[in-house]
Design a protein around this ligand. Structure first.
Ligand SMILES: Cc1cc2nc3c(=O)[nH]c(=O)nc-3n(C[C@H](O)[C@H](O)[C@H](O)COP(=O)(O)O)c2cc1C
Length: 164
Protein backbone atom coordinates (compact mmCIF):
# COMPACT_ATOMS: atom_id res chain seq x y z
CA UNK A 1 0.00 0.00 0.00
CA UNK A 2 1.23 3.52 -0.77
CA UNK A 3 2.03 5.58 2.34
CA UNK A 4 -0.53 8.32 2.96
CA UNK A 5 0.61 11.69 1.60
CA UNK A 6 1.30 13.99 4.54
CA UNK A 7 -0.32 17.40 4.40
CA UNK A 8 1.79 20.42 5.17
CA UNK A 9 0.65 22.06 8.47
CA UNK A 10 0.55 25.60 7.10
CA UNK A 11 -1.42 24.47 4.02
CA UNK A 12 -3.86 22.68 6.34
CA UNK A 13 -4.27 25.86 8.43
CA UNK A 14 -4.67 28.01 5.32
CA UNK A 15 -7.35 25.70 3.92
CA UNK A 16 -9.20 25.49 7.26
CA UNK A 17 -9.06 29.29 7.43
CA UNK A 18 -11.30 29.42 4.34
CA UNK A 19 -14.05 27.81 6.40
CA UNK A 20 -15.88 30.66 8.13
CA UNK A 21 -17.03 30.08 11.71
CA UNK A 22 -18.59 31.87 14.63
CA UNK A 23 -16.66 32.21 17.88
CA UNK A 24 -17.58 30.72 21.26
CA UNK A 25 -16.10 30.67 24.73
CA UNK A 26 -16.43 27.31 26.50
CA UNK A 27 -16.74 27.87 30.26
CA UNK A 28 -16.88 25.61 33.30
CA UNK A 29 -16.88 26.00 37.07
CA UNK A 30 -14.31 23.55 38.36
CA UNK A 31 -13.42 22.42 41.89
CA UNK A 32 -9.71 22.46 41.05
CA UNK A 33 -9.32 25.78 39.22
CA UNK A 34 -12.52 27.76 39.81
CA UNK A 35 -13.99 29.24 36.63
CA UNK A 36 -12.18 28.21 33.41
CA UNK A 37 -12.78 29.48 29.90
CA UNK A 38 -11.30 28.99 26.45
CA UNK A 39 -12.09 30.54 23.06
CA UNK A 40 -13.30 27.82 20.69
CA UNK A 41 -14.43 27.84 17.06
CA UNK A 42 -14.52 24.05 16.58
CA UNK A 43 -18.09 24.12 17.91
CA UNK A 44 -20.93 22.42 16.04
CA UNK A 45 -24.20 20.59 16.54
CA UNK A 46 -24.18 16.79 16.48
CA UNK A 47 -27.63 15.44 17.25
CA UNK A 48 -31.17 16.72 17.86
CA UNK A 49 -32.38 13.70 19.87
CA UNK A 50 -30.70 13.73 22.28
CA UNK A 51 -29.51 17.32 21.77
CA UNK A 52 -25.72 17.05 21.43
CA UNK A 53 -22.97 19.50 20.50
CA UNK A 54 -19.24 19.06 19.99
CA UNK A 55 -15.99 20.99 20.15
CA UNK A 56 -12.34 19.97 20.29
CA UNK A 57 -9.73 21.08 22.81
CA UNK A 58 -5.96 21.02 22.42
CA UNK A 59 -4.41 18.53 24.83
CA UNK A 60 -1.66 21.11 25.51
CA UNK A 61 -4.07 23.86 26.60
CA UNK A 62 -3.90 24.97 30.24
CA UNK A 63 -7.69 24.55 30.29
CA UNK A 64 -7.59 20.96 29.04
CA UNK A 65 -7.13 19.25 32.45
CA UNK A 66 -9.93 21.10 34.27
CA UNK A 67 -12.25 20.76 31.24
CA UNK A 68 -11.73 17.03 30.69
CA UNK A 69 -12.69 16.46 34.32
CA UNK A 70 -15.66 18.88 34.28
CA UNK A 71 -19.07 17.20 34.38
CA UNK A 72 -20.76 20.37 33.13
CA UNK A 73 -19.78 23.21 30.86
CA UNK A 74 -21.37 25.96 28.81
CA UNK A 75 -20.77 27.12 25.24
CA UNK A 76 -21.22 30.90 24.88
CA UNK A 77 -21.76 32.16 21.32
CA UNK A 78 -20.14 35.59 21.00
CA UNK A 79 -21.53 38.66 19.29
CA UNK A 80 -19.48 41.28 17.41
CA UNK A 81 -19.35 43.39 20.58
CA UNK A 82 -17.67 40.56 22.53
CA UNK A 83 -14.46 40.34 20.51
CA UNK A 84 -12.64 41.37 23.70
CA UNK A 85 -13.90 38.18 25.43
CA UNK A 86 -12.57 36.10 22.54
CA UNK A 87 -9.18 37.74 22.97
CA UNK A 88 -9.16 37.38 26.77
CA UNK A 89 -9.98 33.66 26.56
CA UNK A 90 -7.50 32.87 23.80
CA UNK A 91 -4.39 34.71 24.99
CA UNK A 92 -2.14 33.29 27.71
CA UNK A 93 -2.60 35.33 30.85
CA UNK A 94 -2.57 34.50 34.55
CA UNK A 95 -6.14 35.43 35.48
CA UNK A 96 -8.52 35.52 32.53
CA UNK A 97 -11.51 36.21 34.78
CA UNK A 98 -10.16 39.38 36.37
CA UNK A 99 -12.82 42.01 35.65
CA UNK A 100 -14.95 39.67 33.50
CA UNK A 101 -18.59 39.61 34.60
CA UNK A 102 -20.60 36.41 34.35
CA UNK A 103 -23.79 34.77 35.59
CA UNK A 104 -24.39 31.09 36.30
CA UNK A 105 -26.49 28.71 34.24
CA UNK A 106 -29.00 26.49 36.05
CA UNK A 107 -26.36 23.70 35.91
CA UNK A 108 -23.84 26.02 37.60
CA UNK A 109 -21.54 26.91 34.68
CA UNK A 110 -20.39 30.51 34.14
CA UNK A 111 -22.09 32.26 31.24
CA UNK A 112 -21.99 35.69 29.67
CA UNK A 113 -25.46 37.29 29.72
CA UNK A 114 -24.50 39.44 26.71
CA UNK A 115 -23.72 36.35 24.56
CA UNK A 116 -25.94 35.68 21.51
CA UNK A 117 -26.74 32.21 22.84
CA UNK A 118 -25.55 29.84 25.49
CA UNK A 119 -25.69 26.03 25.44
CA UNK A 120 -25.69 24.63 28.98
CA UNK A 121 -24.20 21.14 28.76
CA UNK A 122 -23.50 17.99 30.72
CA UNK A 123 -20.43 16.03 29.65
CA UNK A 124 -21.74 13.20 27.40
CA UNK A 125 -18.64 11.70 25.74
CA UNK A 126 -15.00 12.39 24.90
CA UNK A 127 -13.22 10.99 21.85
CA UNK A 128 -9.63 10.91 20.70
CA UNK A 129 -8.98 13.62 18.14
CA UNK A 130 -5.23 13.43 17.58
CA UNK A 131 -3.55 16.29 19.42
CA UNK A 132 -7.06 17.42 20.45
CA UNK A 133 -9.88 15.68 22.32
CA UNK A 134 -13.41 15.90 20.93
CA UNK A 135 -15.89 16.83 23.65
CA UNK A 136 -19.53 15.88 23.14
CA UNK A 137 -21.93 17.77 25.39
CA UNK A 138 -25.55 16.95 26.06
CA UNK A 139 -27.48 20.23 26.01
CA UNK A 140 -29.65 20.53 29.13
CA UNK A 141 -30.71 24.14 28.61
CA UNK A 142 -30.36 26.92 26.06
CA UNK A 143 -30.34 30.64 26.73
CA UNK A 144 -31.06 32.73 23.63
CA UNK A 145 -30.03 36.38 23.73
CA UNK A 146 -30.96 39.25 21.43
CA UNK A 147 -30.12 38.55 17.77
CA UNK A 148 -27.23 41.00 17.55
CA UNK A 149 -24.41 40.97 15.01
CA UNK A 150 -22.31 37.78 15.39
CA UNK A 151 -18.56 37.60 15.85
CA UNK A 152 -17.15 35.92 12.73
CA UNK A 153 -13.75 34.27 12.28
CA UNK A 154 -12.23 33.90 8.81
CA UNK A 155 -8.64 33.35 7.67
CA UNK A 156 -7.34 33.84 11.23
CA UNK A 157 -9.05 37.20 11.66
CA UNK A 158 -12.20 38.60 13.25
CA UNK A 159 -14.71 39.71 10.67
CA UNK A 160 -18.12 41.25 10.21
CA UNK A 161 -21.12 39.68 8.56
CA UNK A 162 -21.96 42.08 5.71
CA UNK A 163 -25.72 41.60 5.89
CA UNK A 164 -26.13 41.66 9.70
C1 LIG B 1 -11.08 32.27 17.13
C2 LIG B 1 -10.32 31.22 17.91
C3 LIG B 1 -10.79 29.92 17.95
C4 LIG B 1 -10.13 28.93 18.68
N1 LIG B 1 -10.63 27.66 18.71
C5 LIG B 1 -10.02 26.70 19.45
C6 LIG B 1 -10.57 25.39 19.54
O1 LIG B 1 -11.60 25.06 18.94
N2 LIG B 1 -9.93 24.48 20.33
C7 LIG B 1 -8.78 24.80 21.02
O2 LIG B 1 -8.25 23.93 21.72
N3 LIG B 1 -8.23 26.05 20.94
C8 LIG B 1 -8.84 26.99 20.19
N4 LIG B 1 -8.32 28.26 20.12
C9 LIG B 1 -7.08 28.55 20.84
C10 LIG B 1 -7.31 28.71 22.32
O3 LIG B 1 -8.29 29.70 22.60
C11 LIG B 1 -5.95 29.12 22.94
O4 LIG B 1 -4.93 28.31 22.44
C12 LIG B 1 -5.88 28.91 24.38
O5 LIG B 1 -6.84 29.68 25.05
C13 LIG B 1 -4.46 29.26 24.85
O6 LIG B 1 -4.36 29.38 26.21
P1 LIG B 1 -4.31 28.16 27.26
O7 LIG B 1 -3.19 27.25 26.91
O8 LIG B 1 -4.11 28.85 28.58
O9 LIG B 1 -5.62 27.48 27.19
C14 LIG B 1 -8.95 29.26 19.39
C15 LIG B 1 -8.48 30.58 19.36
C16 LIG B 1 -9.14 31.55 18.63
C17 LIG B 1 -8.63 32.98 18.63
Amino acid sequence: MMPAKSVNASAFREAMGRFVTGVTVVTAMTAEAGPVGITVNSFNSVSLDPPLVLFSIDRLSQQFGPLIRARRYAVNVLGREQEVLSRIFSLPQADRWNGVGYSETSAGSPYFPEALACFDCEAFAQHDGGDHVIFIGRVVDVIVGDPAEPLVYYRGRYNRLESA
